[in-house]
Write a new protein. Structure first.
Length: 344
């Protein structure tokens, strides 16, 4: 049975809703929220005050998100009124909408992860960073910036190694992870994070998005940086992607990791959009997540065409439907990036 619960935090005041939409993509650092309130009167529980925006918790089929409520949309048809509210992950509080930009120059040597964490500790921000993958030492005097808010700084540090920033759905936490945690040429069923039986899908669309078959790229630092030619193993290293220059390319390993992520995005690709139910983790999902969040490697179990693909976006929609307009339906629209040139 599908379930949706929305409460205002911290006192857990119930919020009744008619519809909920949550979405995330690999290119956005936060989840986006849209909710239609069951009664316009509930806006009084969610409107911001002098302390800032209100925080809500959304639970759908045991998956939990938190978000701040930022905007309101109203519609009036004759005597009937409806109110829809929108918001983002609570990590939006680290953006320049809520936190002032600053300029900084770091004079001592620190790791990239330490530089990112500095943006939180210096401002006493109640957030943490889950740093996944390569960390490296940045020499003193090599890291500086001007007029940036914390989220922009952390995103810039992550991008140096070819990583992206995501927000944990339910926690006050940022996740820094490579744009391609696993290179497409290494995608196998064993490497997959989750499985997706094709008979769960009720709708499928495919869009081609091909790119040149790059097999090399020049990655360069600036002041105390390194210069590296990164190439695909066993290739002729003759088709170059656009050169990358970044002030944090200061070691061979970060240059290699940035180059790996550049070269992972090549060749014939499909974006495959699938509509599937949001199954709670359990017997149906064999204990795995039934939520196909961005950056997960998905093993699509289709007897006629099995393949692995990386999730690059998901939208979860909860609506009342059925003949009586009371049956709760929860679907997720998953966007998968399938590589035809480098993966099976």
């Amino acid at each position: 049975m599908n379930e949706v619960q929305v409460v205002r935090l911290p006192e857990r005041t119930p919020i009744e809703v008619n519809a909920v939409d949550l979405s995330a993509t690999v290119d956005a650092w936060c989840w986006s929220l849209r909710m239609e309130l069951a009664s316009p009167d509930q806006w009084s529980l969610l409107k911001p005050d002098g302390n800032g925006p209100k925080l809500v918790e959304i639970t759908m089929n045991s998956y939990v998100w938190t978000a701040i409520i930022e905007d309101r949309e109203g519609m009036r048809v004759h005597a009937n009124r409806s109110v829809t509210v929108t918001g983002r992950s609570q990590t939006a509080l680290l953006s320049d909408t809520y936190t002032a930009a600053r300029s900084l120059a770091v004079g001592d040597a620190r790791s990239a992860q330490q530089l990112a964490t500095l943006e939180l500790t210096d401002r006493a921000a109640p957030f943490t960073i889950d740093w996944r993958g390569l960390d490296w030492v940045v020499p003193g005097g090599n890291w500086y910036y001007q007029d940036l808010a914390p989220m922009a700084v952390i995103s810039q540090i992550a991008a140096a190694r070819g990583a992206v920033v995501q927000s944990a759905p339910g926690d006050a936490k940022l996740i820094v992870q490579s744009r391609y945690p696993v290179s497409p040429w290494a995608w196998t069923p064993a490497a997959a994070d989750v499985a997706l039986p094709i008979d769960w899908c009720t709708d499928e669309t495919v869009q081609q998005q091909s790119k040149p078959m790059y097999d090399a790229v020049i990655i360069a630092g600036t002041q105390q940086g390194v210069l590296a030619k990164v190439s695909r193993l066993g290739s002729a290293a003759s088709i170059f992607a656009q050169q990358v220059v970044d002030q944090l390319i200061v070691t061979p390993d970060v240059a290699t990791e940035r180059g790996r992520n550049v070269l992972a995005d090549r060749g014939m690709q499909w974006q495959v959009d699938l509509q599937i139910p949001l199954h709670a983790p359990g017997a149906v999902t064999a204990g795995m997540s039934g939520l196909y969040a961005p950056l997960l490697l998905v093993d699509v179990q289709d007897p006629a065409d099995p393949y692995q693909a990386q999730s690059v976006g998901v939208t979860i929609s909860a609506r009342r439907g059925g003949d009586d307009e009371k049956t709760l339906e929860i679907w997720q629209r998953v966007s998968l990036e399938r590589h035809l040139s480098d993966a099976h």
